[in-house]
Write a protein that binds this ligand. Sequence first.
Ligand SMILES: NC(=O)c1ccc[n+]([C@@H]2O[C@H](COP(=O)([O-])OP(=O)(O)OC[C@H]3O[C@@H](n4cnc5c(N)ncnc54)[C@H](O)[C@@H]3O)[C@@H](O)[C@H]2O)c1
Length: 249
Amino acid sequence: MKLFDNKIIIVTGAAGGMGKAIVQELLNEDATVIALDLSTKNLEDIQHERLLTYETNVLAEENIQKIVSEVYENYGKIDGLVNALGIAQAATPVEEVTLEEWDRLLNVNVKSLFITSRAVVPFMKQQKKGSIITIASISAVRPRPGLQTYIASKGAAESFTRGLAIELAEHGIRVNTIHPGPADTTMLGKFTSNGGDIEQTKEEIFRKSVPLGRLIVPQDIANAVSFLLSDKAEIITGSTLNVDGGRGL
Ligand SMILES: NC(=O)c1ccc[n+]([C@@H]2O[C@H](COP(=O)([O-])OP(=O)(O)OC[C@H]3O[C@@H](n4cnc5c(N)ncnc54)[C@H](O)[C@@H]3O)[C@@H](O)[C@H]2O)c1
C-alpha cells in the first residue's frame, strides 16, 4: 500500500514550481489531489484520474468555501491541506515600499492561509483527524536586506501555523510549517532588485548562501511535505522543518 492510498489532499499554488512537484509526489503515493491555482495551465501535462484542478484565486473566499464543501460532499473527508502558494517581493528599501505592495504580500501570503484553513478545519474536526502544512520560508528567521515585507509575511505564516497547531491538537489535527531555503523555481528570480541580473543574483546571493552548496529543488520540498502529511509524522505538530541546505544556520 502506498503512503496516501485513499487520501484526499488539497494543494494551493499547485501549478507553481514546488506545488507541481508536491502534486506529482502525492499522486505517485496514490492520493487524490485537489489542485488550486490562479492558472492550472502548468498542470495540463499531468493527466491523472485522481487529479482535480480548480482555477481560482485563493483569496476568493466564497469560492474556496464552495470548493472545500464540494470536496467533502464528494469524498466524505479531507485528509490534508498543503498551502504552497505565495508571491515574492523584489528587493526594495523599506521607504520605497508602498502600502499597496505591503497589503498585496500580506494578503496573498497570510490571509490565504486563514481562508483555506478556516474552510477545511470544520470538516477535519468532524473526522478528528487532519494534517495541514504551510510553506513559509527560511527568510523568516534568516532575513535578507530589502525583503522586509515578504519576510514579515512568512513570519506571520509560521506564527499562524503554530497558533493553529495548539488550538487543533485536541481535535487530532496536526499543523506544521516548512521553511524552504532558496529554491530553483521561477519565484527565485523575482527576489532580484529592479534592474538587477537574475542569474547573477541566483548564483552570487542565493546559491552561495546555502552551506550544502546547491539550491533547493522542488522535489526536496515535495519529500518533506510527503513525510509531514503522512502518518509517519503522527506525533509531529507545531514544528517547523527547515529544508534549506543549512541556510538557517
Ligand atoms: N522559490 C524560493 O526560493 C522559495 C524559498 C522559500 C519559500 N518559498 C515559498 O514556497 C512557496 C512556493 O513557491 P514557488 O517557488 O513554488 O513559487 P512559484 O511562483 O513557482 O509558485 C507559486 C504559485 O502560487 C500561485 N498563486 C499565487 N498567488 C495565488 C493566489 N492568490 N491564488 C491562487 N494561487 C496563487 C501562483 O500562480 C504560482 O503557481 C511560496 O509560499 C514561496 O513563498 C519559495
